[in-house]
Design a protein around this ligand. Structure first.
Ligand SMILES: NC(=O)c1ccc[n+]([C@@H]2O[C@H](COP(=O)([O-])OP(=O)(O)OC[C@H]3O[C@@H](n4cnc5c(N)ncnc54)[C@H](O)[C@@H]3O)[C@@H](O)[C@H]2O)c1
Length: 356
């Protein structure tokens, strides 16, 4: 059986989840692992009970020395574009964690390298692969929602700052706070469900009110990254904004790592001419529409388990590379995503709407 010869870069919190997915996939051969902290690679190899896997601390050395088909990037955000460009220019397919890159210059470099390489570039969009997401995508494709013309989405936490003082809260390493960390997830899910309209204008505000707050996290999702008590916190902890698209549709967005709200919530709520719907983080979805008597009703379809979006996204990447499976993600969507996020940061600074 032909397998994908893979090298992984970054074996921290998310890298270990990817590693588990690859170990379970018999169509993947993990050839080499790379991390600035080599013990993280050794630990993973032991966990996966693997033999013959080479360990590197320099991703260029790994790419130059090994016969790889593809790499999987799970480093902090500052290295996504640098590593992706190097790998694509060396003829490798690339899977990369979100956000695609830290800013527009970097994502454009990644996109240009993808174009000249003829290889696959896919960035993590785990939310597209949950059962409720797939159900809603099909509902819309069947024309049951009508024209989707507006909506709102967000991921708002009460107390859930990842790795305070580490790379997540250091702008030079992350590109920003919850907007770039969580925004990619829910904005992407919304735009994907809306049929990928092109963003044309963005406005928004950002706040940093919890940089010195050391209250305990109440979010199971904030365990990523390593905290550093003497480190930097120069990113926002909350962002709110508004995106307009070329088809006239609009999307309200809100993302926080910390705010005084009722409860943590991840949500997408879109409104169509025939039906509206809400995607929830518990795997459910509701449809709001009229019945045959003209009375508005809530439909709560019974859906399968939400599933593991990260694993499904990674398996899809392998299917694309090995079998030429139709792609779910286009790098143009990554460029548009980073343009939206960068424009919101610009709007927050200037106080003006930014045209894309
Ligand atoms: N899709 C999701 O749900 C999700 C969730 C959490 C994190 N993430 C993303 O995953 C990525 C990693 O996040 P994390 O929480 O695992 O961070 P982490 O700090 O736990 O792990 C990052 C690892 O990368 C290594 N690294 C950094 N630069 C490197 C380089 N140049 N060469 C080799 N190794 C390098 C670090 O030593 C560390 O082990 C980030 O981009 C983050 O946004 C995605």
């Amino acid at each position: 059986m032909k397998t994908l010869r893979l090298g992984m870069i970054g074996l921290g919190g998310m890298g270990n989840i990817h590693f588990d997915a690859h170990v379970l996939n018999e169509r993947v051969t993990i050839v080499a692992l790379c991390d600035l902290i080599p013990e993280r690679c050794e630990k993973a190899i032991e966990k996966g009970n693997l033999t013959g896997v080479k360990v590197y601390t320099d991703f260029r050395e790994m790419i130059d020395n090994e016969q790889l088909d593809a790499i999987d990037i799970c480093t902090s955000n500052d290295f996504h574009s640098i590593i992706a460009v190097y790998a694509l220019d060396h003829g490798l397919h690339v899977f990369c964690e979100k956000p695609d890159a830290m800013n527009v210059t970097e994502v454009q470099k990644m996109y240009d390298a993808y174009k000249r390489s003829g290889k696959i570039l896919m960035c993590m969009r785990n939310n597209r692969y949950y059962s409720n997401s797939k159900y809603l995508k099909q509902f819309i494709a069947d024309g049951k929602a009508g024209e989707i013309y507006c909506g709102r989405c967000g991921w708002i936490r009460r107390r859930g700052i990842p790795g305070r003082g580490g790379w997540f809260t250091t702008k030079a390493k992350s590109g920003g706070g919850p907007l770039i960390d969580l925004g990619v997830h829910m904005i992407d899910l919304s735009i994907w469900l809306m049929g990928n309209p092109r963003p044309v204008a963005v406005s928004g505000s950002t706040f940093s009110k919890f940089a010195n707050n050391t209250a305990k996290s109440d979010s199971v999702h904030s365990t990523f990254g390593v905290a550093n008590a003497n480190g930097t916190f120069d990113v926002e902890d909350l962002a709110m904004g508004f995106i307009k698209f070329d088809n006239g549709a609009c999307l309200q967005i809100e993302f926080s790592w910390a705010s005084n709200i009722e409860r943590e919530e991840r949500f997408v709520e879109l409104r169509g001419t025939k039906a509206g719907f809400k995607w929830r983080d518990d795997g459910s979805a509701s449809i709001f529409t009229e019945d045959e008597h003209g009375t508005i009703e809530d439909l709560n379809p019974k859906l399968p388990e939400m599933g593991n979006g990260h694993f499904r996204a990674l398996y899809h990447f392998v299917d694309i590379v090995l079998d030429g499976a139709p792609k779910d993600y286009e790098p143009e969507q990554g460029v548009n995503m980073i343009k939206i996020l960068s424009a919101l940061y610009e709007s927050a600074q200037t106080g003006k709407e930014v045209q894309l």
